[in-house]
Design a protein around this ligand. Structure first.
Ligand code: WTA
Length: 711
């Protein structure tokens, strides 16, 4: 497939044929950009033979190549154990320690090399450079602190930490002891953190007093108190809250420390100076961490990732797709609180012994030149970010990159579909036409990239993630499980035919939900022990072009992807429903030119309540408390009634179409069709008045809105 694609210059081409399928999408086929020869010359994967090594005939043994990038205390005897589908086990019999692999083993050669460079948000603050030796010291000392508290292999510990080097130190200290860390994005509320503490049954919470965001030093410790309270309501008592201080020795939060429960980490560390803690040799299939993500119900899912399979997968993909060499300076702007940061700021890059940059703040603080100044000063040559950040930087500082003398060889985009126009700015202006771009499609569940092209072997095509990743065999299936042929212009559900080492092991505490959400849909025989019978259902719609490249269209479930963050409509709605006046609530996506999607919430009130009671503000506050500011709806519409089916189900697609000025579609099955026109009038007039009329939607966006919400 790569042959006909390679070497073609970027060019315009005509639009593809439209088709009759119910979910057919057609758009202009984009031209290709070939990788620069200079990149190919130095790439980790430039020989097409690698594609043969990872061909399906060589599965699963092909993944030895990834596992062999690590140090194993004991080599495994079974590469893939399928005896209990779909609970796959990789590298069974093998033993290793993730902290040893990310830290200790680099000391012999790279003791004095920077492992992490931390850039605080205040620009005059100066960077903190942490060498591998220094990282080793910090990880050991903090592991000693944890050990002292009696934490043991297999215990869960919840982290609610911002973008500071203490976060990877904490993760690696947990990993050193075999303790399962569960880091919650710092922007999430205390309530959301508390729920995750209870779900994972953590009795220790590790947090920080404060951090900088957009110029403000935020009080973060207050969320720990809320989290402990929320966990208590769900029956889990947090025994210890460990508080790192943003400025050691100086407490920056207003909330008091709770006697007997809260302790400053810098004070505990004082007793463990120079401590060395032997890394615990863990079975390959022991869990390394949990990462919560949203799904179709109100309850977030704790995705459990393994030690051996996960670490192998992120090491392999970091090497071949991120093209990380030990001498590179690599900067991923994602937050470590999301899977991208776990895999591609911490575990992948450090397992390869490179230098990983961590930036505390917002990309456009104090201005849109900030990322490029950081790149110039530190000599960053691999850059990794999301379409939302790219759109935003393009909007506020389209000419900024040209002012700075940095040179990327490689750039990544992740988390959302990227519009071709935005892609071209990324390529030409940010990358200065010198860098390859890898568009990486994957999920919290998948551990690492599963849809993306090897940068030296596949030409780039704006808007497409590319082919399936090495050793992953992707199919697009229709509702009956029949494959949709490439080049047909028809969309369907993207699935992976096979397991791979990075896939999550289960949903913490909910094995049945793991099976029903991801495997039941296309399972061919529940008793089968053959992996071929258990395709992985990713929950994304996609189309495959004639050249084999996939274009991801977005979620097919009730999940809204806001600025690359997954928000479950049910989570948003149950927050709103907790407000006294609210009778019904429905959350829908609206197309947003910077954040990709934003949330709009429709509310109907209980009889006897009026819209003047400040209910809008109450709903916003409820969502901020339960989830966090990122989930705050763009608009809340109080409507007389919701469009419903005769069985009483809210038809979210009708509401979504209203918010997006899209075609309302067929409403003949509605119990109350008259309300549709009423709502449309109300909402669209208000949007006209606010100047929020969207541009014309693309075909793919129309299709997404039409398909939104299961009926
Ligand atoms: C979406 C983030 C288009 C997709 C790593 C997926 C993408 C969800 C891409 C997972 C991409 C991720 N192109 N869409 N390159 N990457 N997505 O779990 O809908 O936060 O299911 O993991 O983001 O989001 P999550």
């Amino acid at each position: 497939m790569s042959e006909d694609v390679r070497g073609q210059a970027a060019e315009e081409s005509e639009s593809s044929e439209s088709s009759e399928a119910t979910i057919a999408v057609h758009w202009r086929e984009e031209g290709y950009y070939p990788p620069p020869p200079k990149f190919i010359g130095q790439a980790n994967a430039s020989d097409p033979a690698i594609l043969d090594r990872f061909a399906e005939a060589n599965f699963p043994e092909c993944f030895r190549e990834y596992a062999d990038l690590l140090h194993w205390d004991e080599y495994w005897h079974t590469t893939l154990d399928t005896s209990n589908p779909p609970f796959w086990k990789w590298f069974v019999g093998g033993k290793l320690n993730a902290s040893y692999n990310c830290v200790d083993r680099h000391l012999a050669r790279d003791r004095n090399k920077a492992a992490l460079i931390w850039v605080p948000e205040p620009e005059d603050a100066g960077d903190t450079v942490i060498t591998y030796q220094e990282l080793y010291r910090r990880v050991n000392e903090f592991a000693a602190v944890l050990q002292d508290l009696g934490v043991q292999a297999g215990d869960r510990v919840t982290l609610h930490m911002p973008m500071v080097p203490e976060l990877p130190v904490t993760m690696l200290a947990c990993a050193r002891l075999g303790v399962v860390h569960s880091q919650v994005f710092a922007g999430f509320s205390g309530g959301a953190c508390g729920h995750r503490i209870a779900d994972s049954d953590s009795t220790i919470l590790i947090t920080m007093d404060a951090y900088y965001r957009s110029g403000d030093l935020l009080d973060h410790k207050v969320k720990a108190d809320e989290a402990v309270e929320a966990a208590r309501k769900e029956g889990t008592e947090v025994e210890k809250v460990l508080v790192w201080r943003r400025f050691p020795g100086q407490y920056c939060a207003k909330t008091p420390m709770v006697e007997g429960r809260d302790v400053f980490v810098d004070e505990l560390l004082a007793d463990h100076r120079g401590a060395v803690v032997e890394p615990v040799s863990m079975p390959a299939e022991a869990p390394l961490f949990l990462m919560y993500t949203s799904g179709t119900t109100g309850r977030p899912k704790g995705c459990q990732h393994s030690t051996g399979g996960y670490l192998s997968y992120v090491a392999g993909t970091s090497k071949f797709y991120q093209d990380i060499h030990p001498e590179d300076t690599y900067w991923c702007m994602a937050d470590i609180g999301w899977i991208t940061g776990h895999s591609y700021i911490v575990y992948g890059p450090l397992s390869l012994g490179t230098t990983s940059v961590i930036y505390e703040g917002t990309p456009n603080y104090p201005d849109a030149g900030r990322p490029w100044r950081i790149a110039e000063r530190l000599g960053v040559n691999i850059f990794h970010t999301s379409p939302t950040a790219i759109r935003m930087l393009r909007k506020v500082g389209p000419d900024e990159p040209a002012k700075y003398d940095y040179h990327f060889k490689h750039m990544t985009t992740v988390g959302e579909p990227i519009e071709p126009e935005v892609y071209r700015w990324y390529y030409g202006t940010v990358g200065k036409g010198e860098a390859v771009i890898v568009d990486t499609w994957w999920q919290t569940e998948t551990g690492g990239f599963i849809g993306t092209g090897l940068p030296a072997l596949f030409a780039m095509k704006p808007g497409s993630c590319g082919p399936a990743a090495l050793g992953i065999y992707l199919d697009i299936l229709d509702e009956n499980g029949d494959p949709i042929p490439k080049g047909s212009g028809k969309a369907g559900n993207i699935t992976a035919r096979n397991p791979w080492p990075g896939i999550f092991q289960t949903i913490w505490g909910q094995p049945d939900r793991f099976v029903s959400t991801y495997f039941a849909k296309y399972n061919k025989d529940p008793d089968s022990k053959d992996w071929h019978d258990w395709p992985y259902f990713a929950g994304d719609g996609a189309v495959q072009a004639e050249d084999g490249y996939f274009r991801i269209l977005g979620r097919v479930d009730d999940v809204i992807n806001v600025a690359g963050h997954r928000l479950g409509t049910k989570e948003l709605e149950s927050s709103a429903l907790a407000v006294e006046e609210v009778a019904e609530a429905a959350a829908v996506p609206v197309i947003d030119d910077v954040r990709g999607r934003a949330v709009e919430m429709y509310i109907s009130l209980k009889p006897g309540y009026s819209a003047d009671s400040g209910v809008e503000a109450k709903v916003k506050a409820a969502i901020e408390t339960d989830i966090g500011k990122i989930a705050r709806p763009k608009n809340i519409w109080i409507v007389p009634d919701m469009p419903k089916t005769r069985s009483g189900k809210i038809m979210r697609r009708v509401i979504a179409a209203t918010s997006n000025f899209a075609d309302i579609g067929d409403i003949t099955t509605l119990a109350n069709p008259e309300v549709v026109e009423q709502i449309r009038h109300q909402v669209q007039n208000a949007k006209h008045a606010k100047g929020e009329v969207p541009r014309e939607l693309t075909e793919a966006e129309e299709a997404e809105i039409r398909a939104f919400g299961s009926e």
